[in-house]
Design a protein around this ligand. Structure first.
Ligand code: COA
Length: 377
């Protein structure tokens, strides 16, 4: 037996283990509730802009109107790309970086290097806060530019005096976004800014704990987010709806999928044993936007919930964030390939806030593993 690691063993997946203290927010899975600081997150999504909640996470409180004006002006200016990074986006898009998170991840890594981001241990708090805001502000521009280049279109420059959600939609689609689309996207973005100690947030804090630069922490978090069990498959629920096509086909489709051992996308959650509160507001948002896909989603949801209840009685498999997120992002005009990159744009606010919190009371994250291989010679 390896006596050097005979101590306490955490369960697989660190399920249920508390590994840090945070003031940023938390998830109460049994209650179906999550919050950012003292504010229930869905309530913020109903009434706040992305910039307001971004200010909450990065500055510790919701801004008054002067603070918001200053914050929006600063973050709007920081949306612009440096010329050398802008000129490198064409090759990144051409090599396959326009269809997934890989492109924005590569481009953000390049930007952090181009702007000389170094180990945070050597930096002042002002510089770190500036870098955090820069990384968040520039990601929509990188994402939209890569997408358009991949479509054979010219990138559209950001407009500093527009809010992030509106400017992102405009830079992707090339047209003036409808106010109801901006509002719906804004709700999605605010709802997905932070969500407890999920895998990408933990990744950002682990990389930060080594003293590495903030760009590395965000790039690593993007890698974690890209996995299909986290944020990497948000279009699968929408694909499923499109495959089902009509409500009367749903029961047979779901029964066949479950009988074949497949998981139904957009249902189930590691922490929630109730409906995911993000799903409830996204469903309401989808209903406000309206359309045949929304009617289909609502009817099919009922059929799937009944089938899952029969399939796993007592397991409480409910609708998660991804079911209606796909519908909403589709209705506001975003292509499926940008669903995960759009998730990264909002979650980047959470990652950078967590990275800064990690810096404030840092201890290198360095757990141990129990050796179970053959004894060494
Ligand atoms: N469809 C069918 N069965 C499901 C299911 C789903 N969406 N989600 C969970 N289950 C079943 C599992 O097969 C498992 O059954 P078993 O005990 O007989 O093996 C049981 O419910 C528990 O699942 P488990 O994998 O322990 O749950 P988890 O907490 O680790 O997984 C998810 C959470 C999100 C990974 C899982 O629910 C899932 O794969 N959902 C579909 C993908 C998805 O929507 N991802 C977005 C997450 S926001």
């Amino acid at each position: 037996m390896d006596t050097t690691t005979a101590g306490w063993t955490a369960p697989p997946g660190l399920e249920g283990v508390v590994v840090a203290e945070t003031r940023i927010g938390s998830v109460r899975g049994e209650e179906g509730f999550y919050h950012y600081g003292p504010h229930p997150a869905p309530a913020l999504a109903e009434r706040c802009t992305t910039e307001e909640v971004w200010h909450l996470l990065h500055r510790g409180h919701l801004p008054d109107s002067d603070e918001l004006d200053r914050f929006a002006a600063t973050t709007g200016r920081l949306r612009a790309l440096p010329d050398d990074v802008a000129s490198a986006l064409g090759p990144i898009a051409a090599i396959g970086g326009s269809q997934s998170l890989a492109g924005p991840r590569t481009a953000l890594s390049l930007l952090a290097a181009a702007e000389g981001f170094g180990p945070w241990l050597d930096l002042s708090s002002d510089v770190i806060h500036h870098q955090a805001v820069r990384l968040v502000a520039v990601l929509p521009t990188l994402t939209a530019s890569l997408w358009r280049l991949g479509q054979g279109e010219d990138p559209i420059a950001p407009t500093p005096d527009r809010p992030l959600a509106e400017d992102y939609l405009r830079m992707v689609t090339g047209s003036e976004p409808l106010p109801q689309h901006v509002r719906a996207l804004e709700r999605y973005l605010v709802l997905t800014i932070d969500h407890g100690f999920n895998a990408s947030t933990f990744t950002a804090r682990t990389v930060t704990s080594t003293g590495a630069d903030l760009g590395s922490a965000v790039v690593a978090a993007m890698g974690a987010l890209s996995g299909p069990l986290h944020g990497g498959a948000p279009s699968l629920a929408l694909d499923m709806l499109q495959q089902i096509g009509r409500p009367d086909r749903a029961a047979a489709w779901v029964d066949e999928a479950l009988a074949g051992g497949r998981r139904i996308m957009g249902f189930g959650h590691r922490v929630y044993r109730t409906e995911d509160p993000r799903s409830a507001l996204l469903k309401q948002t989808a209903i406000e936007l309206g359309g045949p896909i929304v009617d289909l989603a609502i009817e099919v949801e009922g059929t799937i919930l009944e089938a899952l209840q029969r399939h796993r009685p007592g397991r409480e498999l409910r609708t998660n964030v991804e079911y209606y997120a796909g519908v909403v992002l589709h209705l506001v005009g975003l292509p499926e390939e940008l669903f995960t990159p759009t998730f990264a744009i909002s979650r980047n606010i959470g990652w950078t806030a967590h990275a800064i919190e990690q810096m404030e009371a840092n201890r290198l994250i360095r757990p141990r593993a129990r050796y179970v291989g053959p004894p060494p010679d």
